[in-house]
Design a protein around this ligand. Sequence first.
Ligand SMILES: Nc1ncnc2c1ncn2[C@@H]1O[C@H](COP(=O)(O)OP(=O)(O)O)[C@@H](O)[C@H]1O
Ligand SMILES: [Mg+2]
Length: 286
Amino acid sequence: MAVVITIANEKGGVGKTTTGVNLAAGLTLRLAGESGAGCRVLLIDLDPQGHALMSAGYGAHEAPFEQSLAALLVESPPPSVQPMLRRGIHHPNLYYIPGNRQAMVEAARLLPTLMANENRLNQALSPIMSFFSYIIIDTPPATGDLLVNGLAAATHIIIPVEASYLGVSGLRELQRTIDEVKRHFSPHLSILGYLPTLCEEQRSETQEILAELQRRYPGKVFSPIHKSADLAYAHSAHMDVFTYRPPRQRLTGQLSSSSKPTQEYSQLVEDVLSLTNYQFSDDPTI
Ligand SMILES: Nc1ncnc2c1ncn2[C@@H]1O[C@H](COP(=O)(O)OP(=O)(O)O)[C@@H](O)[C@H]1O
Ligand SMILES: [Mg+2]
């Protein structure tokens, strides 16, 4: 069964989409030597803006309504999800479901009026849970049914936190939303960790903020992602950073190149594989 990781933070501009895109691409590259479901990753973009989709399959954010994620969320009964799956343009084992901006905005408006509105993504994904090793869900920067659907479909949550005071102080409402989702839908839902993003080592408060995060969430803070032009350029080139700054010759399973963000997101990929107990097929311990 797939491990489903939702990237959540109700604040915008904290690196959710960057993290979702690079985690999904990084897992796909890292698992390239595996077979069957073991090498397949699905990226789901719940943000009507569709920025995560642009990196996985450019143009995929303007699909016809009936072939888009919005149809899965609002149609009763929902259409079958299998024919909607598309393969990514940079990584054939990175799948996505096309989106439609206007229909997603409409879906966010409609969902509160529908039955079982919080659990619709979870139900739509259940037929393909054994087809993937990881499903990564990017969420919009707002509280509401789209975010709740992302949380209710998840087994784990990663919370990117911008390394500034503002970033650290705004997490209480998200915690309340997560607690509600756990109470009503998934008691085993767990926060995999907090990911400090947009770090600037030369700013004096950065170390203080990282220490504060460690104090509040002991053992739950990933190695930080620093501010890097490569991440911004990769984003505007509609690529993940591993595709944008590849190594000179990529070995199977290799992620890092000389570009620092490839090393930092590669570390996140390794941490996620280990925290979710991914079993590699050549692991001598199994
Ligand atoms: N570590 C980083 N270094 C430089 N730019 C970044 C970094 N992380 C994100 N960005 C840029 O910041 C902006 C917001 O990031 P994004 O991932 O879209 O945040 P969110 O999805 O939380 O709104 C984007 O333009 C993105 O390219
Ligand atoms: Mg985003």
